[in-house]
Design a protein around this ligand. Structure first.
Ligand SMILES: NC(=O)c1ccc[n+]([C@@H]2O[C@H](COP(=O)([O-])OP(=O)(O)OC[C@H]3O[C@@H](n4cnc5c(N)ncnc54)[C@H](O)[C@@H]3O)[C@@H](O)[C@H]2O)c1
Ligand SMILES: O=C(O)C(=O)C[C@]1(C(=O)O)C=C[C@@H](O)C=C1
Length: 371
């Protein structure tokens, strides 16, 4: 058992060399943080339409480098993640397409899939696999990005008949390594399902908030139930509008079913036993929704350490830090791969992150941290 790592053996190479995240907002920033914190890419480049966003992303340590426009530099990317608003995805893809490396895995995170999947085929981007993480927030922007947002989330991948199997397999691995759970289905099936579970609730929340807006007393009385039901109405209006309009055919179908549900419930008001059965069924369904567990570790004092696949490497990390008086508050195994994995250490302060990073670097470990 060795107490120090074998310096001769190089650390495991990351999954990707150069990852590009185009649109470094809530979701793009969360993907970028996941890639960086989990050591999945040697470098992560952020591309965004806004210089302010790029400056912020760099200052927050969300990306390693930034670019304001596509160009020849993109040929070096082996992973490209499109994470711009829905309406910008297709034009962005067209701008990037001439520079994409044919061997690159290209994916997106847009909320509706059929349109972008067809557009990428039209553009001839062969390594494209459309995706959609089923996680998010009504608070957009890079300042709200966090890797934990995507942890344990279902992440839908929607290949078409033209998607190369190798690209799908790499996309699956990417999603898994980001800590999410891939689910594969055709684009149309995805769009029909999210119409019911995501886009319909958004319209319902608008309808409810419009009713409250008519009388100030209603907003004063709006307690937890109303707030829980209408949270998504606080999302960016233009982004949300674009999302539901893009999926309008499937959404109209879901609205028809919703109307029929409401009519049935209205009729059940005069049939209390029927209403009780409906209420019991609703409780069963709601109570059995899977709980999505996110990381509880502090966001800002994490240090991720690449751990080579050799005996006692975790021991070597903890011993080196213990000997230097660094207190490890929490520890999590992030990835176990054949060629080595990664652990995340939760430390007490930004100073501890810096201190621990220099100790572990000196001991031959590759680290990434966010103080
Ligand atoms: N917010 C959610 O809950 C959620 C969840 C899952 C998927 N999505 C999808 O993720 C995508 C991004 O949503 P978000 O919530 O992260 O939005 P956001 O507003 O937080 O971020 C979007 C980013 O894209 C940038 N941008 C705009 N136009 C661009 C362009 N042409 N080129 C490059 N960058 C551009 C913006 O400056 C911004 O930084 C959308 O397609 C959305 O459908 C959102
Ligand atoms: O705000 C959240 O908690 C979300 O999950 C956002 C949400 C959703 O409500 O379905 C919104 C749009 C997406 O495409 C995915 C997720």
């Amino acid at each position: 058992m060795t107490a120090r790592p074998d310096r001769a053996a190089p650390p495991a190479p990351p999954l990707f060399d150069t990852a590009v995240v185009a649109g470094v907002g809530l979701i793009g920033g969360s993907v970028a943080l996941g890639l960086r914190q989990r050591l999945l890419a040697r470098r992560v480049i952020g591309l965004d339409a806004s210089m302010d966003v790029l400056r912020e992303a760099e200052a927050l340590g969300v990306v390693d480098e930034v670019r304001a426009a596509p160009g020849e530099w993109l040929r070096g990317a082996d992973l490209v993640v499109l994470a711009a608003p829905m309406r910008a995805l297709a034009p962005l893809a067209a701008d990037l397409a001439p520079y994409l490396n044919p061997a690159a895995l290209v994916t997106d995170v847009g909320s509706v899939k059929a349109g972008i999947a067809a557009e990428m085929e039209r553009l001839g981007v062969r390594g494209f696999v459309a995706g959609h993480p089923m996680a998010g927030s009504e608070r957009g922007g890079v300042t709200h990005a966090r890797a934990a947002l995507l942890e344990n989330a279902v992440w839908v991948l929607t290949p078409t008949d033209h998607t190369p199997l190798t690209a799908l397999s790499r996309a699956r691995t990417l999603v898994e390594e980001l800590g999410a759970a891939p689910m594969v289905m055709p684009p149309d099936a995805h769009d029909a399902l999210v119409a019911t579970v995501s886009h319909l609730p958004y319209l319902a929340s608008l309808a409810l908030t419009h009713m409250v807006a008519r009388d100030e007393r209603l907003s004063l009385l709006a307690a937890g139930g109303f707030r829980d039901l209408t949270r998504v109405a606080s999302g960016d209006p233009r982004m949300s509008r674009d999302m539901v309009v893009e999926n309008r055919a499937a959404l109209k179908d879901a609205l028809g079913r919703f109307r029929r549900q409401l009519e049935r419930l209205e009729a059940d008001l005069d049939e209390p036993e029927e209403l009780l059965a409906a209420a019991a069924e609703g409780k069963r369904t709601r109570d059995s929704l899977p709980v999505v567990r996110r990381s509880l570790l502090p966001q800002r004092h994490d240090l991720v350490v690449a751990v080579p696949d050799r005996p006692n490497q975790i021991g070597a990390v903890t011993q080196a830090l213990g000997a230097a008086g660094v207190n490890i508050k929490d520890i999590e195994v992030l990835a176990i791969r054949e060629d080595g994995g990664a652990i995340r250490l939760g430390l007490e302060s930004p100073d501890d992150v810096t201190h621990a990073a220099s100790i572990l670097n000196a001991a031959g470990f590759e680290v990434r941290g966010r103080g």
